[in-house]
Design a protein around this ligand. Sequence first.
Ligand SMILES: *Cc1c(COP(=O)(O)O)cnc(C)c1O
Length: 389
Amino acid sequence: MESTLKRTWAEIDLDALERNYHALRRHIGPDVKFLGVVKADAYGHGAVQVGRLLQQLQADYLAVSSVDEAMELRQNGITLPILILGHTPQEQVELMIRNHITQAVTCRAKALEYSEEAVRCGGELTVHIKVDTGMSRLGYLCAGRHFETGVQGICDACKLPGLRPEGIFTHFAVADEPDADSAAYTKRQFALFRQVIRGVEERWGQSFALHHCANTGATACWPETYLDMVRPGLLLYGCGELSRQLGLEPVMTLKTTVSTVKTYDPDTDVSYGRLFTTQRTTRMGVVPYGYADGFLRCLSGRCSLMTAEGPAPQRGRICMDMCMIDLTDLPGVDVGAEVEIFGKRALVEDLARRADTIPYELTCAVSKRVPRIYYRQGQAVERELLLRF
Ligand SMILES: *Cc1c(COP(=O)(O)O)cnc(C)c1O
């Protein structure tokens, strides 16, 4: 572990996470519950550490994508309610019941499977019904001519033995996009969600305790969609334009170090494919950060990494384990110097834009060989490396 420390590492600022959480709580007001999305290892930040802190801060719920992710939290002492957003095989129903894990129910077939298995093992599975209002991914199809069958299907699910319907939710497709067409689409999705809720609760004769739909885009921009609980992920981690608008801080800072510096003559080809040729005498640094660490190879020659003296252009193809950065105009940056890939000084959304992608993909891509160092009040309080020793 210590051996990898001076290679490439991710600093996770738990104080920034705490400040983001409090800022979001202030933003949503006192009457709205808070579900923190910690799927995909908390977008690369470490689900256990993030989950623990959210539990300490009295968040109301966590969400993950699979039963394995939920069990990772349970086995690390996290007792908050956990919602699995994705599908779980029928065979795992007993495990979910025993561990008080909530499952999304997305269609009639899954409802029947979960009910049957819950009855078989003599327990009750807490479920949240997922409504498809326009994302066209998971959920009961309820748009247009499917309204009636959708509402009836949800009512049927709610009455099944072995299921405890606690919540109902939907997911927005473009809540984070500011143009008028996207805004209209989000409004239509939300209006349909309300109609479905009304239809189901009237027919079923009961109300769900938790109605929720607000992801990051809606939490930032659409207060009318908060209902009982918001469900942001990205905002917690302080990534993206909307985080900037809300004054949230990046939680992860990904850093590497200059391992070698060499000076090349003009007209020297650099790295695989000879994509870059020096125009002048060039001081080139090698940093141990490549696509196996999560650097997207499509960024080759299209970005800079931040040094103490300013941005150093990345040159030539990004390799598996390293890449080259141009230090010619940064004479003070030498072997051993720290380089920020993204974080507080170099925002992840800027790097994402250069890769034609979203910040989510870059933080999720930080690979398991990159150690995470957790900070509290400027002190490293925990180090974690996800390799099999
Ligand atoms: C991932 C996810 C979220 C969180 O999305 P953000 O854009 O990170 O806020 C919320 N709800 C569902 C169903 C998701 O899959």
